[in-house]
Design a protein around this ligand. Sequence first.
Ligand code: AMO
Length: 439
Amino acid sequence: MDRTLILECNKKIDETVKICGWVQVRRDHGKIIFLDISDRSGVIQVVATGDLAGDLHPQDVVCIEGQVSKRPEKLVNPNLETGTIELQAKSVEVLVKAQELPFDMGAKELDLQLPTLLDYRSLTLRYPKVKDIFKVQASLLDGFRNAAKKLECTEIVVPTIAAASTEGGAEVFQVNYFGYKGFLTQSPQLYKQMMIPVFERVFTVAKAYRAEPSVTTRHLTESTQMDCEFGFVDFNDLLDFLENIAIATIDEAAKNCSDILERFNVERPKFGKTPRLTLREAQEIIYQETGRDNRGEKDLEPQDEVDICKWALKEHGSDLVTITHFPTKKRAFYTLPDPEDPEFSLSYDLLFRGLEISSGSQRINDYQQLVETIKERGMDPKNFEMYLQAFKYGMPPEGGFSFGLERITMHLLELSNIREASLFPRDMERVDVRLSTLR
Ligand code: AMO
């Protein structure tokens, strides 16, 4: 008999079908045993006798033939897509027995500490509420790709082994590349810029590596960046594109996953017109609102990001706020200083519900200015030979931005730690397993 997907059973009342999937939960009620079986489409309750259910337990892989029947009115489960039906098992084939589980995967809440959740990642990812996080993430990726394509960006795939570090600083992983010094890219930055004279508008979803020396709830050593880059644009065009893509990306996921947002008990994001503030204006507002005087600081502190977002929601009904004009020295070498006040740059960060989710800038597109800036920053233009070629031979005014996928996922679902929003998170202490267990 051909396999029927679980959700399809809704249309097969009184028919005999074969479903295949995993045992999620087993409930013994005397001689009757209820099994929740899941597949890629959903979950269904199976009613089996003790003989048929044998010693089945969660994560066993089974195929079950049986008759789809309507549940009695009072046993309907409104929270389940198949809540009005159940499957009366006639035969059970065990394809694969799972070993005994280290914890109860059938529980209503997976009550585990984060390290344990990650130690057993390939198992805990199957838990419905954990799986939901990555359905939202997939939807964010769709939303980003759709929004970038709407703006006529071409998708590119870029390298992650490079000959020079992109964002500067010490936070770079070195690799021994056949005896030569190589680096893992801190962002797809240099490659997306090199592609401007090729396609004019590009986007990419790329891994970014940062040797972050501190353990925080919002930094990973390997994160996923969703980047765009545009030629023939000015600063205002870039801000429009940034906010347009952010709203389209988040809104598509929030719409497609409204059931998941409900299960996580989080509200759909609000997108009134996104307020735009310079860093100095934001610091002034924070001072007025909270009395905390960070005017003159070179960046926003985490608490500043929280406070300015609270203000944006209160005053503008927006979960997003754009901050512009960061000090030139605090931004990467490719950032264009503001011609009217070169101490500050044509740069921006986009904050979402209290956290920076994106940043970018108008770029230096003049070859000589770029070479000079690289030298001023104590770097050697020779290490940027391929990159500089693109500027030598005709680079239009250009700019772009990058979104952190895990950060958006985290704040859309109001998770408390970014590691929950990464399938297999890497940090100072973990690459799949705890590094301490490798020593
Ligand atoms: P930036 O370094 O600000 O800019 O990174 C862009 C976005 O990526 C996310 N992000 C991170 N997420 C998790 N862990 C990390 N360690 C981490 N680092 C960054 C954040 C951040 O806003 N090349 C520039 C972008 C550009 O100018 O186009 C860049 O990489 O959400």
